[in-house]
Design a protein around this ligand. Sequence first.
Ligand code: FE2
Length: 224
Amino acid sequence: MSDSHSAPETPELQALHARLAEYSLGGHWQTREQNPDLVPHLWPWSVIYSCLMESGEVVKLGGVEDAANRRTVQLVNPALTQRKATSRTLQMSIQLVKPGERAECHRHTAAALRFVVEGDGTGYTNVEGEEMLMEPGDLVLTPNWTWHDHFNPGEKNIVWLDVLDAHLTRHLDAGFHESYGEGPAQPIVKRDGYCKQQYGAIRPRMAHSSNAALPYTYKWRDSL
Ligand SMILES: [Fe+2]
């Protein structure tokens, strides 16, 4: 809703509007462009999946030369095609990493969560040195500005849902991205589940953590 109202456009008012516009000014009474209304939309999984598999044939992954640094099929709200956004704040995508492939290490101000759809459990997301194994149904968190890369050493594809608050950070002019400068992957220095065990609800008495969000992983098998 707009809090402005339309005043009758008298010649004097038109002249004022022209003058305001000339100097990059605006009158509070003038109408302004509204955000487009979002529309409900259903993305059939069969279509997403076939497009994703096709991308696996025609889009190289690796971040060097003509290879993409991520291979995802993005869910785009029909009202936000210009921004390629799922909602005003979120970007949801489905990502594919084929056997032997690596999605190189980087970090960004957008935070990410991932729900694993397919995988044989050998692939992982490395967040700040923690090897977070990705089994179907698992939830893996990548807090904002944490280094992360993905690797699939197995024999089956890994497919997962990515959700990033990328459009919120962009709207706030706070969208920053940095590539890891020391190769395609960071070293693994923590076992799977390390942060959850060290800094979770039941933690060692002397464990100390800052206020920074932690890269937790929630295993599907623990919920059964
Ligand atoms: Fe990322």
